[in-house]
Design a protein around this ligand. Sequence first.
Ligand SMILES: *[C@@H]1O[C@H](CO)[C@@H](O)[C@H](O)[C@H]1NC(C)=O
Ligand SMILES: *[C@@H]1O[C@H](CO)[C@@H](O)[C@H](O)[C@H]1NC(C)=O
Ligand SMILES: *[C@@H]1O[C@H](CO)[C@@H](O)[C@H](O)[C@H]1NC(C)=O
Length: 136
Amino acid sequence: MCHSLLSTLILFILIVFWAQKVEVLSQVTGYVGLNVTLPCSFIQGKESSNVTQSQRDFLSPDRNKTCIIVFNKQHGKSVYESHLKGRVDMDDQSLQIKNVELSDAGSYICTINTFPLGSFHDTTELHVQGECKINL
Ligand SMILES: *[C@@H]1O[C@H](CO)[C@@H](O)[C@H](O)[C@H]1NC(C)=O
Ligand SMILES: *[C@@H]1O[C@H](CO)[C@@H](O)[C@H](O)[C@H]1NC(C)=O
Ligand SMILES: *[C@@H]1O[C@H](CO)[C@@H](O)[C@H](O)[C@H]1NC(C)=O
């Protein structure tokens, strides 16, 4: 009884630590006029899977979802029409936003498609602070 409980626990730990996943920072703070990087990477688990494509979507505070950029291993990079166009780049799965604006605040969903295990995603919350710190 105790033994089987222990086995279950060990199995659970192995699943938790060996499962493949997308790793992001859950919260990032950007400052108006500066650059910010939102890291995102695919962590291999027990079964290996190759990254084929990664994508970033923006979810505004009013829950409007916009595709920002897609990077495909074979076909390259495609930047979509969004308020971030011209200020955004993706390098090795991390998203860089240049010259941050207040309206950039919101949720950034990182989706990584892999073969053969399919797609994984996680979200980073970007908080934006004004450049002037006003002490009241
Ligand atoms: C933001 O990034 C761009 C290009 O990577 C660089 O030229 C610029 O100096 C950076 N700005 C700041 C404030 O670091
Ligand atoms: C991942 O890609 C490498 C190189 O293309 C290939 O050798 C390997 O079999 C692939 N692995 C899987 C799980 O598809
Ligand atoms: C959602 O975003 C799209 C693209 O940025 C924009 O055209 C549309 O008006 C937005 N919808 C709402 C309800 O804000």
